[in-house]
Design a protein around this ligand. Sequence first.
Ligand code: ATP
Length: 315
Amino acid sequence: MPDETSDEPVIEARGLVKRYGDITALAGVSCTVRRGEIFGVLGPNGAGKTTLVEVLEGLTLPTEGTARVLGVEVTEDPAAVKARIGVQLQASSYHRYLTLREILELFGSFYPRRAESMALLERVRLQDRAGARMSTLSGGMRQRFSIVAALVNEPELVFFDEPTAGLDPDARLDLWEIVRGVREAGATVVLTTHYMEEAQALCDRVAFLNAGEVVALDTPEGLIRSLHAPYRVTATSAKPLPEAAVRALLGADDVEFDCGPDGQTVRLRAKDAPRVTAALLALAERERVVLDGLTVQPASLEDVFLRVTGRKLSG
Ligand code: ATP
């Protein structure tokens, strides 16, 4: 058993390659996950996220490379890893005719170490539904249940796969609190998500995968800071600003214009936002254009996604 207080990474993946015939799902992935962090795995469809997670869970053998999970070589002893991790299943994977309590008890019976079912249900405010079947729950309740069903063996490391997929904003915020609670209770969390604002709000560090490779890995703030132009400036006006003059502003990148019946919207990226904003205001004054709106926003993980994958988010 590794020392729980040690600085040894919870996951240490080195050079993981996974090929399916001609398809290379993982092309040499190395990364570490530290104890107690929420680690996000992001990337476009087909980037290799599921494959990476399945290798780390001991469900898939890598073609090459090694992964130590909780101090155990996962390829050598996947059963030892599986006993100590929690894996969130899709809500549809649970038996429809068992009650929530029966499902937890059935799952718990597979493990020597197990949490008490009612205590688990209380963690996600489903104690009043202990006798209900999955089919009678709302989408948010099912997701909450699938989180807690991953905790039956009191795991040290939990994998959540798209924990808030398809939920409305309120239910999503609620789930974020639950995921934070799992970490506060002492577990390390690895999650995959397509929602960049989710990764930004929840994750201590994120790894972006693209075509089976880690193309960026840092804290969300670090990744945003590493962008060449980490601010977005947006100006709206009834009368249009001359496009060539805006494009020529020093320090303005990726300038876009949107013209509609209500006027013009200029969007650009900037490294030195105060300087570019001042130049834009001076230009508007010279051209006698009244700006109706001027906003400066820090870039987000969505901008990082665009830079590291070259793709817009598909949803
Ligand atoms: P998504 O966001 O769509 O779930 P992902 O990032 O999880 O995608 P993976 O599911 O890991 O990506 O797939 C990576 C690549 O490996 C894809 O090209 C996929 O088609 C391929 N792949 C995954 N599993 C298999 C398999 N069992 N047999 C053949 N090819 C596979």
